[in-house]
Write a protein that binds this ligand. Sequence first.
Ligand SMILES: [Zn+2]
Length: 103
Amino acid sequence: MTIEKHHSITLDEIVAYEFRCGNPSCGARMMIIAATGASVPGRCPQCGHTWLESSSPEAEAAEKALKQLLQAFANVVRLKRFLGCELYLQLRSSKEGENAERN
Ligand SMILES: [Zn+2]
């Protein structure tokens, strides 16, 4: 038998969004406080690697989806009293050792 642990959070428990640079030689992290709005940095503040671009329809769609997701989170938190349910995000527990590789 396998026992898996999960944690759940509500959207208003999200305090910040962390962006990590996708440039393998950089890896800089940038934190945006969720309550202040969801502005997504266009470039890495450390190495200048482009985080958002409109070089292709797919890249444009990805940028748009990310911005819409963060805006939708803020809207749900603001308007949740009008919903008859509450959204919980279920998070997978990180396995030992896996977390060290990611961080
Ligand atoms: Zn970078």
